[in-house]
Every structure is written in structure tokens, then in C-alpha cells.
Design a protein around this ligand. Structure first.
Ligand code: GTP
Ligand code: MG
Length: 473
């Protein structure tokens, strides 16, 4: 664990650029003293007489701008008029004394305030340092700190719901529950070691094996939720692919409900890969529109086709589009034969025109046979397409909030480590080895679980997690 935090930090907490309001946040033992050097309350009261969780009208002045002017000088020129929020330790985000200056959101005003604060003894905060202090002071555990970042970055309602569940402790509680179970078993095993001469079986080997097995199953289930958690947090990349003129760009436009991509009756219209992020039933999807794939002598189109193939490699989901107003061609068949290992969705477009493709001939070419008939022009079938994309990506009817979910590889790695230790423990029980071996592995599993919440952590891990944050959070 780190040393206790001694210094006082400050940073602009609002986004860079012009805004109606800008907030400078100060946290640490010296927050009040540092703020007092440039804050004059309209009430005339000194800052240290104020109660926590109160709001005050104030003038912010720059004492350094007047030669010889001290902190209390009336001659110091004004930087801005502001509202000051005071939160006393431990009842603040960081658990320390926190002062927030809510001023006008101009970059110069905010910069001048931060400069004046640093001259008075505060230090500019590192990225995520306020949240790191909240963690070090026990206000949040690591999964909750990560959820703060996920809340800021959430792109869809489902991503936000997941982040909020985690912030409220859904994952922490599940990890804590698992730790309690393991601690219970460890207590029995250790008691049995201490009393070994009396040969008392504190917990029968069968019951111990079953307990370890159950905990291991729960850990596996949680580890598997990483896929859904990461998808909601980070999104997935989906590429619309097909031969020229099947309506790929029309489909991108229809899903986006804008005229983003050029659409013409000329085959080979799209040359570059276009990219847009959209919310499909709560899943953030990075959708790629690609050039139609065919053999061509045109060097520009050849480059487009090369990029389409690269997009196909990169995408986690392939939306293979066919043109229902034409019979299936060789290009279509070749495309359907590729990338069968990827998650794929086959859709037949232009269902508003007389159909030239028979469902039965497609059934042979599409493993599983699931094909959708849609029309990018009329919008027919697009709602079902959205449903299918979500079901395919999230595998089934996953809903955030129903069970604890992990959202990072960091969580999954720790869970798998815990599972491995449990499997060693189970082996020792089976082989009727001394309880000390079992206890060792149970403790290793407990430590691995503790890494998730930060009960066990290192400065490296903290550095990695908090450096992802913005400054001021
Ligand atoms: N009737 C009908 N026409 C469509 C539909 N979708 C697209 N089209 C037409 O098909 C033609 C080609 O559409 P695009 O969206 O440019 O096709 P694309 O697959 O992007 O073509 P490339 O960029 O050349 O590979 C245009 O004339 C569209 O208006 C549809 O659902 N029904
Ligand atoms: Mg196109």
C-alpha cells in the first residue's frame, strides 16, 4: 500500500475549452488554507469558520499580481466571481478536505486560478489522482473507481447502467461473497491443522471438495461475463460487406438515419472504408461500410477492395449483404464461404423488389440457415436486424443489472488465477494431503480475488488503472 497522502492537489475538473461554468477542485489537508489565499467570501467570513457541505458567494483574486500584496489585501485584482463549495473530510469524494471553485468556464480564468493555487502550495493533480485518493482513503474500491471512469465514458444506456451497477458495488459484493465462502473454508482447514493430533475432522473432505467445487463454478460464471461486460464498455466493430451495389452504404445510412455515405446506382461507388459509431439496442457498435468486393482492373477500386478485406479481418461481426433482386452470383458465394469462424449475419436486401434468390438455395450456403430479408430503402426488417445484431453480439438475452458482471481483462485474469488455486486445493483435498497445502492454495485464491477490489494491490496496478483517467477526476 502507498504512503499516507500528505500534499494538497488541484486541477480543473471540467472539460477543456469554453463553457458556462468551470470547476477547479482542490483536495488535501491544506485545501482550506490554499483556497483562502485567493478567495474572498462576500460574507467577509474566513474560510476555516465554514461548515462542510455549504456553498458560498466569493470573489477570486490574484494576490501575486500586486507587488507586496499579501493574501488578505483588498488591492489584489479580481480573477472572477465564483461559488465556492466546501466539503470537509471525511465526507467528500476523496475523503479529504475538498474545496471546489465554480467560476466562469473560460480557459484563462481556470488556468489563472490553478496557477494561484500552486503558488500557494498546492500541486497540479495527476490523471485520476482524486479518484486514487478516494480509493486510498477507502471511499471506493478498485472496481468502483473503474466504474467512475466507465460512467464518464459510457456510450449507451446499457453501458451506463452497467457502470452504475458497478459503482454501487454490485461486483464488489459478489467478490466479497466469494471471499467470505473461501474464508469460511480456510478457517475450518486451519483449525483442523492446529488440532491435528486429536485427529478431529473439522470438515469432512467430501464437504470441503464440494465447497471448493461450488466456489470454483461461481468464479467461472463470473469470469465468463467478461465478454458481455467488455462489449458494453468498449463496443464491437461490425463490417457491412458484399459485392458492389447490394446496398451496403444504403444500409449504413438507414441504420444511422442520416445521409452519411454516398449511394448511387453505379457499382463500385464506395472506395474507402467509412466508419460510424451507433447505438444498437444498447450496444456501442462501430459500423464499417466497405467497398463492394469483386475482381476489377481499376487500381482505385482494387485498393478499396483491399481495404474491405482488411476491415473483414478486423471486424468482430460481419454483416454479409446480398441483393435479393438478382440471382446469387459467384462473388456472393465466395463471400459466404469466407470467415465462417466469425460471428456473421446474412441479410438479403431490396426485399421491396421482386425476389430472385430462393431461401432454400441460401439455406445450403449459410451454416445455421439464419437469413434476414430487409430493405434499406423502405426500412423493412431493420428493427429485426437490430435485435439480431444485439443477440448475436451479446449471445442471448443478456441484461445488465441481473447478475454481477466483470468488465475488464484485469478482473478475468484474477478470477482465473483464483480458479487455478482452487483447483490445486481440490487436488490436495482429494489426495488427502496435509491441510497446510489446502490452506496455502485457499489463501492464494483469496489474494487473487482481493486483487479485483484492490484489497491486495501494488503501486504498478494503481498506476495502470488511474493513468487512464482524465486530469481532475
Ligand atoms: N429497391 C431498392 N434499392 C436499393 C435498396 N438499397 C439500396 N438500393 C439501391 O441500390 C443501389 C446501390 O446502393 P448502395 O448503397 O450504393 O450500394 P453499395 O453496396 O454501397 O454499393 P458499392 O458502394 O458500389 O459497393 C442504389 O441505387 C440504391 O438506391 C433497397 O432496399 N431497395
Ligand atoms: Mg457503397
Amino acid at each position: 500500500m502507498s504512503e499516507p497522502v500528505e500534499d494538497t492537489i488541484c486541477a480543473v475538473a471540467t472539460a477543456v475549452g469554453e463553457g458556462g461554468i468551470g470547476i477547479v477542485r482542490i483536495s488535501g489537508k491544506e485545501s482550506l488554507r490554499v483556497a483562502a489565499s485567493l478567495v474572498r467570501l462576500r460574507s467577509g467570513r474566513p474560510l476555516d469558520s465554514l461548515k462542510g457541505h455549504t456553498l458560498h458567494h466569493a470573489d477570486i483574486v490574484d494576490p501575486s499580481a500586486v507587488p507586496g500584496a499579501s493574501g488578505g489585501s483588498r488591492a489584489a485584482p479580481a480573477i472572477d466571481e465564483a461559488l465556492l463549495v466546501l466539503m470537509r473530510a471525511p465526507h467528500s469524494y476523496t475523503g479529504e478536505d475538498v474545496v471546489e471553485i465554480h467560476c466562469h468556464g473560460g480557459p484563462l480564468v481556470l488556468q489563472m486560478i490553478c496557477e494561484a493555487l500552486t503558488r500557494s502550495g498546492a500541486r497540479l493533480a495527476q490523471p485520476g489522482e482524486f479518484t486514487k485518493r478516494a480509493f486510498l482513503n477507502g471511499r471506493l474500491d478498485l472496481t468502483q473507481a473503474e466504474a467512475v471512469l466507465d460512467t464518464i465514458r459510457a456510450k449507451t444506456g446499457s453501458s451506463l447502467r452497467l457502470a452504475q451497477e458497478q459503482l454501487r458495488g454490485a461486483l464488489s459484493k459478489e467478490i466479497e461473497r466469494l471471499r467470505e465462502v473461501l474464508l469460511g473454508m480456510l478457517a475450518h482447514v486451519e483449525a483442523a491443522i492446529d488440532f491435528t493430533e486429536e485427529d478431529i475432522a473439522f470438515i469432512p473432505a467430501e464437504a470441503l471438495s464440494k465447497g471448493i467445487q461450488d466456489a470454483s463454478t461461481a468464479i467461472s460464471r463470473l469470469a465468463e461475463s467478461c465478454r458481455e461486460g467488455r462489449i458494453l464498455r468498449e463496443g464491437v466493430t461490425a463490417a457491412i460487406v458484399g459485392r458492389p451495389n447490394v446496398g451496403k452504404s444504403s444500409l449504413l445510412n438507414a441504420l444511422l438515419r442520416t445521409d452519411r455515405a454516398i449511394v448511387t446506382p453505379v457499382p463500385g461507388t464506395t472506395r474507402d472504408v467509412l466508419e460510424e459509431v451507433l447505438n444498437i439496442r444498447g450496444v456501442p457498435v462501430r459500423l464499417l461500410d466497405t467497398a463492394g468486393v469483386r475482381d476489377t482492373d481499376d487500381p482505385v477500386e482494387q485498393e478499396g477492395v483491399r481495404r474491405s478485406r482488411a476491415a473483414m479481418e478486423q471486424a468482430e461481426l460481419l454483416l454479409i449483404l446480398l441483393d435479393g433482386s438478382f440471382p446469387l452470383g459467384e462473388d456472393d458465394r465466395a463471400l459466404l464461404a469466407q470467415h465462417q469462424d466469425k460471428t456473421r449475419l446474412v441479410a438479403v436486401n431490396k426485399s421491396d423488389m421482386p425476389g430472385k434468390i430462393r431461401p432454400s438455395e441460401l439455406a445450403e450456403l449459410v451454416p445455421g440457415g439464419a437469413v434476414l430479408w430487409i430493405s434499406a430503402k423502405t426500412g423493412s426488417g431493420l428493427e429485426e436486424l437490430r435485435d439480431r445484431i444485439r443477440t448475436l453480439i451479446l449471445r442471448g438475452d443478456f441484461e445488465p443489472g441481473e447478475a454481477a458482471v466483470i468488465t475488464r481483462l484485469r478482473h478475468q485474469t484474477a478470477l482465473l488465477k483464483a480458479k487455478e488455486s482452487l483447483s490445486h486445493a481440490a487436488g490436495s483435498v482429494e489426495a488427502r494431503l496435509s491441510g497446510e497445502f489446502v490452506a496455502l492454495d485457499l489463501r492464494a485464491a483469496l489474494d487473487a480475488l482481493g486483487e479485483i477490489t484492490g484489497a491486495i494491490t501494488t503501486e504498478d496496478v494503481l498506476e495502470r488503472i488511474f493513468s487512464e483517467f482524465c486530469i481532475g477526476k
